[in-house]
Design a binder for this molecule. Sequence first.
Ligand code: B1M
Length: 213
Amino acid sequence: MSEHLDKIKEAVISGKHAEIEVLVKGAIEDKADLGQIITDGMVAAMDIVGQRFAKSEIFIPEMLVSAVTMKKGLEIIKPLLKGDEIESKGTIIMCTVKGDIHDIGKNLVIMMLQGAGFDVIDLGVDMSTEELAQKVEEIRPDILGLSALLTTTMPEIKNVIETLKDKGLRNSIKIMVGGAPLNVAFAGKVGADGYAEDAAEAVMLARSLIEAK
Ligand code: B1M
C-alpha cells in the first residue's frame, strides 16, 4: 500500500498532473485508506514542496503545478467523502481572508465538513471583509470558518472579527479559524471561538461549536 502513497506523493511533488488521476484511482481500487491518501500522500508532498520553496530550490511556477496536481487528486476523492445524511448538521461559511489565495487546505476542510453532514457555503479566496460581513448578515450561518496561510494575512482574521462586532453580527455566530501559521493562542487572542490544526480537527471543532450554540 505504501507504494501507492509514495507514487502519489512523488507525483504531487513533481507536479505530474497528467498522472495523478490514474495513481489515485489505482490506490482507491486497491482499497487504500482515503485519509492516508490525503495525509500521507498529498499533504505530505505539499510540505516538501513548501520546504523546497523556502530554500529557493523551486519557485512559484513549480509550487503552482504541485497545487494543481493535488487539487486534481482531491477531486477524485471528493465524491467518496460525501455523507449520505439527510439532515444538515448546520450551515458554515468558509473562505480565505483578504490577500490570501491559498485554497487547497480550505477546500480539503470543506470536503471533510460536507462529508460530516454540514452545509458549507464556499466564498472562495481573498474575501473582502465588507463583502464577508454582508454575506454573514444575509446567510446567518451557524459558523464562519476563516483560513489564512500567510503570516501577512493573519491580521485579517482580527479585522473580520472586529468588523462583525461593529456591525452587531459577532454574537449570533461561532467563528473557527485555521491555517498553517495559526495556533490556539492566536485564535484566543483575536477572539475566535476555536482553532483547528487540520481538516479532521475542523470537523470535531465544528461539531462542538454547534453543540455549544
Ligand atoms: Co504559497 N506560501 N505563496 N503558494 N504556499 C506558503 C504558505 C509558504 C509557507 C511557503 C514557504 O515559504 N515555505 C509561504 C508563506 C510564508 C509565510 O507566510 N511566512 C508562502 C508564500 C511566501 C507565498 C507567496 C507570498 C509567494 C510569492 O508570491 N512570493 C504567494 C502568496 C499568494 C497569496 O496568497 N497572496 C504564494 C503563492 C502560492 C501558490 C499560488 C503558488 C500556491 C497556492 C495554490 C493554491 O492554494 N491554490 C502556494 C502553495 C501551494 C504553498 C504551499 C507550498 C502549500 C500550501 C498547501 O496547499 N498545503 C505552502 C507551504 C506549506 O504550507 N507547506 C506555501 C497543503 C494544505 C492541505 O495544507 O493549507 O496548511 P494547509 O491546510 C491544512 C491546515 O492548515 C488546516 O487544515 C488543512 C487541511 O489539513 N486548515 C484549516 C487550513 N485552513 C483551515 C481552516 C479551518 C480549519 C483548518 O477552519 C476554518
